[in-house]
Design a protein around this ligand. Structure first.
Ligand code: TXE
Length: 495
């Protein structure tokens, strides 16, 4: 059942609703109904959450717990997510409009896996010892950094936030999560399972509210030591600047406009299947979407024809229907944003809308947008340069590998890229020359949690994943111990 109200969760308790709080309506994107109300946390409430997190950290109840104890709590959280997957999935879909099949197939398993992954990681992690100098042993200790501020987006709320939460707490930190103000609902059942998992109160706290209020209070708070953020590029700049004032460590995972390069020697059918998944899963609202399809001339005509047929055939509907492939977009603002790009495409001389480009007329209510494919002649067109964040692909033709690489790199973003080819020499050249944090060769959406994930250029700073999350959420301490006595210069003995 959808909770009627959502407040902050601090020190293991839901904060009593305060009627003077700013309130935000939570809307189900499929029917635009008001389903819940969020009570925004103001600066004071964020300070309380940060103090609680800091006190919990300083108490050592979690920060000094043994790795085995932390591991078993993380695994218990994983088990409880799986046990409660119906409830979590229901709230997530109610909130985001993402198809339920994708919540069960991807988002919820990924949320559980995030905890399992970090549980296993901490039990295997080691630190370097330097013993090259025969007189000393020098080793590196990894210590939790303190309190982590985790600012999450709305497109895959649980999957993305739990990656941050699991990484932060695995290494002994306390944290404060701020979900997007659009999507707090899945975190209600999640917070409720933490006690049962054996996590001490105050290790995971949550504050809710707008970025400009609650988010800013996090980035400005002196008790918060590190910020992990996923969201838009402009917001990333603001968060970076704000966090810099109190010298917080920061990682940002920002927008993308990822090139999906399909060479004419590719396995056509697999490349087509993957192109569909890469742009239309999660209603196209994902940072790693293959939104800029570059297809080599000899196969371009056939590829466009087949992809348009498939896009027209997608099942658009109620996100709770297990057959639905495309649900509504998250909000009125988002569908308006996507529509404005369709308008740009329509008005521009060098683009042609092959399918979609408008709201789904068959739905009276809800933010449904038709799966859209636009062919363009120039990569400079706005629809090829800006992140649209919806079921909206552009297709450009290219002639040979030089042009493919040039087009792929002609973007302010550099998050992921896709290469489809059966020619190993082409693949090896393209993977080396493409400026993006992740290259997927002949596969869509392969997230290897052991490996770094993050972007080049305006797609972000830093990485997460295994060791990279450890770097973010720990301090490194170098300890040197002499193995024998050696003469120390006697300053001040001048008689
Ligand atoms: O994101 P915001 P929005 C992109 C996508 C989308 C666009 C805008 O193109 O259309 O960003 O989406 C919090 N201090 N992505 O406006 O604002 C905010 O409350 C602290 C890409 O929803 O970046 C929310 O919790 N926090 C993307 C989070 O930042 C602030 C995922 C993200 O919201 C803040 C989402 C501030 N000043 C959108 N302002 C991806 N990389 O996956 C906002 N927030």
């Amino acid at each position: 059942m959808t909770p009627k109200i959502v407040t902050s969760f601090i020190g293991g308790e839901w904060v009593e609703p305060n009627e003077s709080s700013h309130k935000i309506k939570i809307i189900h994107p499929a029917d635009e109904q008001h389903i819940s109300t969020l009570y925004e946390a103001d600066t004071n409430e964020v300070s309380n959450a940060a103090e609680t997190a800091k006190k919990t950290f300083d108490s050592g109840v979690w920060s000094n717990a043994s790795v085995d104890d932390r591991k078993s709590v993380l695994l218990a959280i994983k088990d409880l997510i799986i046990e409660n997957k119906e409830e979590i999935a229901e709230q997530e879909v109610m909130n985001t409009g993402a198809p339920i099949a994708q919540a069960y197939g991807r988002q919820i398993p990924r949320s559980a896996m995030n905890f399992e992954f970090f549980a296993e990681f901490i039990s295997q992690a080691s630190s370097p010892v330097f013993d090259q100098n025969p007189d000393y042993i020098t080793y590196v200790r990894r210590e939790p950094i303190g309190v982590a501020g985790l600012i999450a987006p709305w497109n895959a709320p649980m999957a993305l936030a739990t990656m941050k939460i699991a990484g932060a707490i695995a290494f002994g930190n306390s944290c404060i999560l701020k979900p997007s103000e659009l999507t707090p609902l899945g975190f209600v059942p999640f917070m409720n399972l933490l006690k049962k998992a054996g996590l001490p109160d105050g290790v995971i706290n949550m504050v809710n509210g707008r970025g400009s209020v609650t988010g800013t209070a996090i980035t400005q708070n002196e008790n918060i030591d590190v910020i992990a953020f996923t969201g838009g590029t402009e917001t990333g700049r603001v968060i970076g600047a704000e966090s810099g004032k109190t010298l917080k460590k920061i990682v940002t995972e920002l927008g993308g406009k990822s090139a999906n390069i399909i060479f004419s020697d590719a396995d056509f059918e697999r490349a087509l299947d993957a192109a569909m998944v890469a742009i239309f899963s999660n209603n196209g609202q994902q940072c790693l979407a293959g939104s800029r399809i570059l297809v080599e001339k000899p196969i371009a005509k056939e590829f466009k024809k087949r992809m348009v047929e498939r896009a027209r055939n997608l099942i658009i509907g109620d996100p709770f229907d297990s057959k639905t492939e495309i649900g509504p977009l998250i909000s009125k603002e988002q569908i308006e944003k996507v529509m404005s790009f369709a308008q740009t495409a329509e008005e521009s001389d060098d683009t042609n809308i092959l399918c979609g480009g408008k709201r789904c007329e068959s739905f009276q209510k809800g933010y449904y947008f038709e799966p859209t494919i636009v062919e363009t002649k120039s990569n400079q067109n706005t629809v090829c340069q800006e992140e649209i964040f919806g079921p909206f692909a552009t297709i450009l033709e290219f002639d040979g590998i030089d042009e493919a690489i040039e087009l792929a790199n002609d973007s302010e973003f550099g998050l992921v890229s896709y290469i489809w080819s059966t020619d190993i020499r082409k693949i090896m050249r393209a993977q080396a020359e493409i400026r993006a944090g992740v290259v997927w060769v002949n596969t869509p959406l392969m997230r290897e949690l052991r490996a770094p994930f993050g972007g080049y250029k305006n797609s972000g700073i830093g990485r997460d994943g295994g060791e990279w999350s450890r770097n973010l959420f720990t301090e490194e301490k170098t300890v040197s111990i002499p193995l024998k006595d050696f003469p120390i210069t006697k300053l001040g003995e001048n008689d």
